[in-house]
Design a protein around this ligand. Sequence first.
Ligand code: FES
Length: 123
Amino acid sequence: MDTVSLVESSPLQVLCPLEHIPDGGATAVVAMLVDGEESVILLRQGEHVSGYLNICPHAGNRLDYAPGKFLLKNDTLICAVHGAVFQQADGLCTGGPCCGQHLRSVSIRVIADAVCLEPAGQP
Ligand code: FES
């Protein structure tokens, strides 16, 4: 699984307050990554937040049906364009036109109730 890294030596980026993501839900934010600004999916389970690029490996579309609105069901995320089903835990596609491919992971850390991008090179 590919992981997207930040620009070397970039400062910590705060993406949003944790409370902006419903527990068990998702949202999308814009983050500055190596290749420029990208939409990032944030998925929350309690105090844990997972991040993926908002780019479907099938046809390169965004996965949300409206900005920041995602189809979530039974720990999966479903692409709104052609229905590919991704595991929320690791971004693996388990059904649909890109079965076996992964969403690109973005390293996220929650610090004092702020959802932040993990600095480059950090575990
Ligand atoms: S673009 Fe996501 S399933 Fe086709």
